[in-house]
Design a protein around this ligand. Structure first.
Ligand SMILES: Nc1ncnc2c1ncn2[C@@H]1O[C@H](COP(=O)(O)OP(=O)(O)OP(=O)(O)O)[C@@H](O)[C@H]1O
Length: 611
C-alpha cells in the first residue's frame, strides 16, 4: 500500500471474502472503508463486470462504492465509511436502539431497496451484518452494504462456500434455498430483521438444515402483544410464496410507516429496546468518610496518596499515609492564588493549576513536589501560603483559553483567542515552545491523546450549525487530519487507558452518550437515562453523574452496570482505587465532601448473558 492514496488506520472487519479496513485519504482527510477482495475468488474479469454495476447505485441509504484502489498487497474496493458499525452490533447491545430508531432503520433499508429494485438489482443477502450505520443528529441512518457482492458470491459461490446457496440461512426466503431470487426475497429478509428488532430473536433458529426446513414449512408465530400493524407487516413479508409478499418496496415502506405513525399516536412505549430498569440499592453504597464544607469545592483530583481540592482561589493538598485515603492526612498544605482556579489536572510532575482573573488573565502553575515542600517550609509547616512564592509557568491575557496536558506531562497544548488564534505546544515543565500552528480557529476543547498527538475539537462547527470537527495535531503543532461527525458533542472525555477513545454527550439530546474510537473510527450511541454533568473514566468503564446526584456506571462498551444516587447536587468528583469516589456537594450554602465505595453496586455482565 506504499503508493496508495490512503493511509490505513486499522482493520474493522473480516467477511467471508476478505478483510475490511478503515483508511484516511492522505490529502483530503476523508475516511473510507477499503474492502479487500480475494483475487482467487473474484477473478478480475468477473470483478470488473460487477464493479460497473456497483458504482451505478447511488442512494443515501446505500453504501456507495467510490472506486478501486490498487495497493502493494492487493486490490481494494473504496467504499463510503459507516462509523456506526453494523445493525448486528447495535442489536446485540442493550440501550442502544429505541423502537423509533429501529423502525427508522427498516424504513431506510426499504428506501434503498426501492432504488435498487427499480434498477433490477436484488441484494440477495440482506442481514443485520450488511446494514451499516452512519450517525447524524436525528439518530442512525442505515445504509445497505454489499449490493452486487452477493451476486458475485453467487457466481463464485460453488468454489467458496461449498453449499448450493450463499447468504445467511437465518434471513433466507424459502425460494432462495432453490437458488431462485426476486425482489420479494429481499422483503422476506427485511421481515426477519423487523421481527428480530421487535422481539429480540429471529423467527427460526437452529442448524442450516433445520432453518431451511423451518423457512419452507413452519408457520410464523408473533405474540399478540406486538401491535397489530407491525404484526401484519411482518406476516406479509414472511409469506412462504414470494407472490404473496409485498409487491414492491414502496408497498412495504407504506406499511411500516403507517405502523410507526399509529404507534406514535397511540403513545406505544417506544423507549429503548431491551433496556430493563436497573435495580438500585443504596444499602450497598459504603460511605468511607464525610465532612461538612463551608465553601463549595470546584475541582478535585487524586494522585495516589495525595488529594487536591480547589476552593475559590485556593488549592488545598492533603497527603495520606496510604492510597486508601483514610484517617487523618499526614501532611496538609494550602496555596492561595491571585485569581480563582478554573482547571486542575494531576500529572507525574504534580498538580497543574489554571487560574483566571477578572482582568481576563490566565495563569498556569505547577504544584510540583519541590514547590509544595518549599511552600510548606516557607509557611513554617502552617497550612497556608501566598502565591508570591509561586511563579506561574505561563500567563496570558485572553477572553478564552483552552489547554490540554499530555497524560505523562511531556507537553501542554494551548489555544486562546488572543493574541492571535493559534495553537501552541510547549514542552513541560520548562514551557519551551515546541511548535505553533497559526491561523487555527479557536477550538472548543483540546485533548492530548498520547506522547505525539493531540486533538483540537471544534463543536459546534459554526454558530447555529450541527457537527463536530476533530483535527489531529502532532506535538510540533502541525494539524494533520480532520474529520467531521454531523452531531454536536460536548463534555468530550479522553481516555487515559485507550488514548484513541473518547466519551462524549450529544448536545441536542443530552441523555445520549457517544463512544468514539478514533483508530479505526467507530461511533456508538448509548442511552444514558441521565444528563451527565461529570464523567470519569476507570479501567472497567465510566462513572457519570447528573446535576441532581444520580450516578450511572457503564462498562467500557457503554452497557449499564450500576446506579446509585447522592442526596445533594455534586460540584465535582474524583475517583480513586478501583471503585471509590470522592464527591463534593453544595446546595443552599451547605456542602459535604464524602468518600464512597461503590464496589458492591457494580454488576458486570457475564459474557454468556444475552446469548
Ligand atoms: N463501508 C463500511 N464502513 C464501515 N464498516 C464496514 C464497511 N464495510 C464493512 N464494514 C465492516 O466490516 C465487516 C465485514 O464486512 P463484510 O461486508 O466483508 O462481511 P460481512 O457482510 O460481515 O460478511 P459476508 O462476507 O458474509 O458478507 C462488517 O461487519 C463491518 O463491521
Amino acid at each position: 500500500m506504499q503508493r496508495s492514496k490512503y493511509r490505513i488506520l486499522g482493520q474493522i472487519g473480516q467477511g467471508q471474502f476478505g478483510r475490511v479496513f478503515c483508511a484516511v485519504h492522505r490529502e483530503t482527510g476523508e475516511i473510507v472503508a477499503l474492502k479487500d477482495l480475494d483475487k482467487d475468488r473474484f477473478p478480475t474479469r468477473l470483478f470488473l463486470g460487477e464493479f460497473a454495476h456497483l458504482t451505478s447505485l447511488k442512494h443515501p441509504n446505500i453504501v456507495s462504492c467510490q472506486g478501486l484502489e490498487y495497493g502493494k498487497t492487493g486490490r481494494y474496493l473504496v467504499m463510503d465509511y459507516c462509523e456506526g458499525g453494523t445493525l448486528r452490533d447495535v442489536m446485540e447491545s442493550e440501550g442502544k436502539l429505541s423502537l423509533v430508531h429501529g423502525l427508522k432503520i427498516i424504513t431506510d433499508v426499504l428506501l434503498a431497496l426501492e432504488h435498487a429494485h427499480s434498477r433490477d438489482i436484488v441484494h440477495c443477502d440482506l442481514k443485520p451484518e450488511n446494514i451499516l450505520l452512519k450517525i447524524d443528529r436525528s439518530g442512525w441512518i442505515a445504509c445497505i452494504s454489499d449490493f452486487g457482492i452477493a451476486r458475485l458470491k453467487l457466481e463464485a459461490g460453488g468454489k467458496g462456500t461449498g453449499r448450493g446457496y450463499t447468504g445467511s440461512p437465518a434471513y433466507m426466503a424459502p425460494e432462495r434455498f432453490y437458488a431462485q431470487y426476486s425482489p420479494a426475497s429481499d422483503f422476506y429478509a427485511v421481515g426477519v430483521m423487523l421481527y428480530e428488532l421487535i422481539l429480540g430473536k429471529r423467527p427460526f433458529s437452529g442448524m442450516p438444515g433445520e432453518l431451511q426446513s423451518a423457512h419452507l414449512n413452519q408457520p410464523i408465530e408473533i405474540p399478540k402483544s406486538v401491535p397489530f400493524l407491525l404484526r401484519s407487516t411482518i406476516l406479509t413479508a414472511l409469506q412462504k410464496l414470494p407472490q404473496r409478499r409485498f409487491s414492491c418496496a414502496s408497498e412495504m415502506l407504506k406499511s411500516v410507516r403507517l405502523a410507526a405513525e399509529v404507534l406514535a399516536a397511540e403513545k406505544y412505549p417506544t423507549g429503548f429496546l431491551s433496556l430493563a430498569p436497573l435495580e438500585v440499592s443504596s444499602n450497598d453504597l459504603k460511605i468511607l468518610f464525610q465532612e461538612p464544607l463551608s465553601e463549595p469545592i470546584t475541582h478535585l483530583a487524586v494522585d495516589s496518596q495525595q488529594v487536591y481540592l480547589a476552593i475559590g482561589n485556593r488549592v488545598l493538598g492533603r497527603i495520606y499515609a496510604s492510597n486508601e485515603l483514610t484517617g487523618n492526612p499526614v501532611q496538609q498544605w494550602q496555596v492561595k492564588f491571585d485569581a480563582p482556579v478554573v482547571d486542575l489536572n494531576v500529572r507525574p510532575q504534580g498538580g497543574f493549576v489554571t487560574t483566571k482573573s477578572h482582568q481576563e488573565t490566565y495563569a498556569i502553575y505547577c504544584l510540583s513536589k519541590s514547590a509544595i515542600d518549599l511552600i510548606y517550609c516557607l509557611s513554617g509547616g502552617a497550612n497556608d501560603s501566598e502565591t508570591s512564592e509561586l511563579v506561574p509557568l505561563f500567563s496570558r491575557n485572553a477572553k478564552t483559553l483552552v489547554s490540554a496536558i499530555e497524560p505523562q506531562g511531556h507537553w501542554i497544548a494551548i489555544a486562546s483567542d488572543t493574541p492571535s488564534k493559534s495553537l501552541q505546544i510547549f514542552k513541560l515543565p520548562d514551557f519551551q515552545s515546541l511548535g505553533t500552528s497559526i491561523d487555527s480557529p479557536l477550538p472548543s476543547q483540546l485533548i492530548a491523546l498520547d506522547r505525539h498527538h493531540g486533538l483540537a475539537i471544534f463543536s459546534p462547527l459554526e454558530e447555529g450549525s450541527d457537527g463536530t470537527v476533530f483535527r489531529l495535531f502532532n506535538r510540533r503543532g502541525r494539524l494533520i487530519n480532520a474529520f467531521l461527525l454531523p452531531i454536536t458533542l460536548h463534555r468530550i472525555t479522553p481516555s487515559a487507558i485507550e488514548p484513541y477513545r473518547l466519551f462524549a454527550i450529544e448536545k441536542s439530546d443530552p441523555i445520549m452518550g457517544v463512544l468514539i474510537n478514533l483508530k479505526p473510527l467507530k461511533v456508538t450511541r448509548i442511552a444514558l437515562e441521565i444528563v451527565p454533568e461529570f464523567i470519569l473514566e476507570r479501567e472497567w468503564g465510566y462513572i457519570l453523574v447528573d446535576r441532581s446526584g444520580q450516578f450511572r456506571l457503564l462498562d467500557r462498551e457503554g452497557n449499564r452496570i450500576g446506579r446509585f444516587e447522592v442526596p445533594f447536587p455534586p460540584t465535582t468528583m474524583a475517583a480513586f482505587g478501583e471503585f471509590k469516589l470522592l464527591v463534593a456537594t453544595w446546595s443552599e450554602r451547605k456542602g459535604m465532601l464524602f468518600a464512597i465505595d461503590f464496589q458492591k453496586i457494580v454488576n458486570f455482565k457475564k459474557d454468556d448473558e444475552g446469548d
